[in-house]
Design a protein around this ligand. Sequence first.
Ligand SMILES: [Zn+2]
Length: 232
Amino acid sequence: MPHRPRGSTSTPDTLALIHDISPIISDRLAVWPGDTPPTREILLDLARGDAVTLSTCRATVHLGAHADAPSHYGRDADSIEARRLDLYIGPCRVVTARAQPRRRVALDDLDNLDDDCRATRLLIRTGTYPDPNAFRDDFAALEPALIEHLAARGVRLVGIDTPSVDLFDSKDLPAHQMLLKHDLAVLEGLVLDGVPDGLYELIALPLRLKGYDASPVRAILRTTAHHDEDRP
Ligand SMILES: [Zn+2]
């Protein structure tokens, strides 16, 4: 149910909004070629007369919207349960890049980045991976120099609407290595359709999976008008 910030009028534009930027996880969801797609085993089922329904999920942890851990691309680096949670909650900016398939987004492909320094989290829309249920290998990625620039201006988390911040056929993963160098957090596999560019609050917590190299996240963006609202 939508809520209104206290003290606001009832005009519809004061309604706080939640944008769900995670794809639906089902057996249709595409994963990286060779990785493990999600499958569900139903151990018990109310429809068969069991006392409860009980499922087992088997899947890659790089599933849909997910956070890579540094241990995914750095030897002896932190695994996902060791990541600071404040990286994944807080002010966040969504920007649309002038992206091309199979090309890396550079600083010049983003406008107005320096207008507003409040957001230390940046989600970059490339529009090059339109359907989470259909893997394609021509998605755009990020220039390492862009990541370095963002780190220098205080960005702590970068997110993208493709399966990787590196190109599909990249072997040395320079964008991931730049994330590692500056200890940036990363979200991949986001769905930014219908989310206007602008400022939000991001919430995208990874699970506390000990020793794992990533975790699926339920990534949402709340409009900033929402902030008062959970107070009693
Ligand atoms: Zn990654």
